[in-house]
Design a protein. Sequence first.
Length: 481
Amino acid sequence: MLRPWNTILPIDVDKQLSVYQQIADGIIAEIRKGRLKPGTPLPGSRVLAADIGVNRKTVVLAYEGLIAEGWLETVDKKGTFVSHELPLQKKPATRKGNTFAFNHTTGMLPEQSAVPSGLITFNDGLPDVRLAPMDELAKAYKRIFQQKARWRMLGYGHPQGEERLRVALVNMLSFKRGMNAGKDSICITRGSQMALYLTAHTLLQPGDTVAMECPGYLPAWQTFAGAGASMVNMAVDDKGLVVDELEQLCRTKVVKAVYVTPHHQFPTAVSMKMERRLRLIELSNRYGFAIIEDDYDHEFHFDAKSLLPLASHQDAANVIYISSLSKLVAPAVRIGYVTGPAAFIAALAQLRGLVDRQGDPMMEQAIAELMEAGAVNRHAKRAFNIYKERRDHMEAHLLTYLGKKMTFRKPEGGLAFWVKFNRTINTEELSLKLLKKGVSVMPTERFSFSGKPLNALRLGYASLTPTELEEGIRIIATAIR
């Protein structure tokens, strides 16, 4: 059996205390410090004796004493282990002296815990990982490792990410989203959240004013606030960001940036209408603020023609565009990216080098290969049809079970519904009640930065089968009676 413990026992043969007692005391000290935990296997007596340069009988004597006192235990044909039931220990004395202060980041993201088996989870709009093209990705990954020049990828890569993937993304943005980006104006990140962090800390100085949709995406709010920004709420209605409020703010304050999710607003799933988009771009050019456009699930727009990103507009000189392949492929595939003016991206890439010097060149190469071969596009088309069908199922079940208790608009796109209840509901309490019934929902109080109750739920549907959707909605309906 592998013995993970690296022996560190200070033995002094000239000391009056016997050597076997020094060994025993040293092991007890290691247990008390927590380096040797209950169940940890210890080296065999021969190995430990050779390691510290003593007679094996001395080690055996120490082990026997520790077993008798309850510090160690033996398991037949397996060896000696730290006892699972240790003798009562005195609490270590509190260390005196000053301790250092640090910044707390508690609550920056919702806590993620292991999902119990059988739990129906309405997440915030994640894809169904069961649909992910894992076979194609595994084969691409294997081919990358089998290349003759694979050793070149083991060194440090480009601070903006693998050029092959940047080129593939540039082509995709050009053909699918009408954007005119170049490989030097794009930086690969480990997911869109990292792209958002790098953007905030490259763009902002302490005290800068940032406007943001309300309700909105909590991690974005906290990322900007963590960078020292002064945050201002901007209302959202059925046409997206209320640009009139933004214009009024610009007349009284210098606004450094506006964060928006125009394609499918988070959390309401509303698509920003064209007149609002044009006015937002015009205000950006007039007042000189950056538009941080988070396009987190562009591919899944089901009604009419999908609107192109703000960044695709010919007059959009100040747009920083953030997106990701995580929603398209799988959340565990941490491939995000950010585009913008080349000088800004170069500065952002320098910061990325401090936080994540290497990135993941193997994964970036594998994803690039899938994009070049058309596998990502084929997967997107397949997933699109499945999610569109599930959206229809979701609508039908909401009308059947919750039709008189709530209002909603069937979303034009995105992977979640925004359901507003007809009466006041504390969704924190509701989520705890539902957990006991086998359903998980996200409390929405965290999306309201103004403190105003939303009385709504964001119910992601894409990762659930039609049967799971119906059962989950039925349980929610019974819980709010």
